[in-house]
Design a protein around this ligand. Sequence first.
Ligand code: ZN
Length: 437
Amino acid sequence: MLVIKSSIIVTMDRNYRILKDHYLGIEDGHIRYIGKTKPHDYEEYLELDGKMVMPGLVNTHTHVAMTILRGLKDDVDLDTWLRKYILPLEVKLKAKDVYYGALYGIAEMIKNGVTCFLDMYYHEIEVARAAVDACVKAVLSFGSADIFFERTAEEEFKIIENFRKDLLELANQRNANDRIFFAYGPHSPYGCSRELLQLIREASMVDGSRIHIHLSETRREVQEVKKLTGRYPIEYLDEIGLLSGKTMTAHVVWPQDNEIDLLAKRGVHVLHNPTSNLKLASGVAPIPKMLEKGVNVALATDGPASNNRLDIWKEMHIAALIHKGVSLDPEVLSAKDVVKMATINGAKALGLDDIIGSIEVGKKADFIVVDLDKALETTPTHDIYATIVYCLDSRYIDSVWVDGKKLYSLEEGFSSIDVSLVRDKVQSIRERLLQDV
Ligand SMILES: [Zn+2]
């Protein structure tokens, strides 16, 4: 057993316990002990003076391989960005490009304290391979869009089935069944035909898999879907029967009030991407209204080409501030609620809250260590959640652990990724893509 003594443990458990000077016992990748007294039997002992342990952060919506396209075009709206700049280069991406782009982005996420993420992309099996190699947890969805790619719904669904088969094979081969997970990834109500959405709904009802979709991201999308279907996007998905406790919806910036009620009624999870929504001028999602209705809201970065970082800590800071400013009400979103969004709510959204999202006996040992003494801003601390959200940032992350294994530390760097090699690969892929244009 590895025993860790920490000055403070922010558990994010059911009672949101904050434990001072407690011991953690870690064995076989799980948390086996939390207590005031030091266990007798252990192989390794770590004393973390002046440091805090908290759950690994969950990034609930990204397209991680887009590190390759980061900075390609900034300061334009979503439609111009996507259709004019991103899609023409994305079609040139090869499988190996996606692997290296993903691995580089995963390194960035690990360094920023993210231990689990939900992804959607093409060549998604390569993102899965990168996640397995990097030893993080990931829920992987193949970005399906029969309308964009001019395929039939059946052809598009066949691609999903093949991806699912490959993912299962990879998980079995690499003994990663408790680290990589499948989800359906219909891109959006405007990228997918009604037939494809129906096929996915039926399949999900049979196999119980989750569904990951972009939803009501821009005003233009809402108007287009309304024109085409006679319904607002959330109403439209509900009509198809796609909304349930297994549905993970990214953005939801422009819901009608009755649609927020629908999200709450169906138990749909909302993945909030404040930076991406601001940067692409999509708007500000009415998160406080959703929370008031009982919707589970988690945090996300979106892809690194529209953020342009993969830092959930930064998203916590922005989320905590933006909703106060927009509503002129400082009480709409507390620091504690924001930390929940980055940890346990993220785990719930991904359906993984039985194994991650909090520091509890029986859960996986996925956690981060934050150096409180290194940050001058932590003294004095009255409310640890406020310190996390308003004072600290990911620079103070000292080490990052998944399944009880140290994947990164400030002192030793990465244990599972050769970052300089991957950086060179990403750079050369980018140069090749731009030459081809
Ligand atoms: Zn997205």
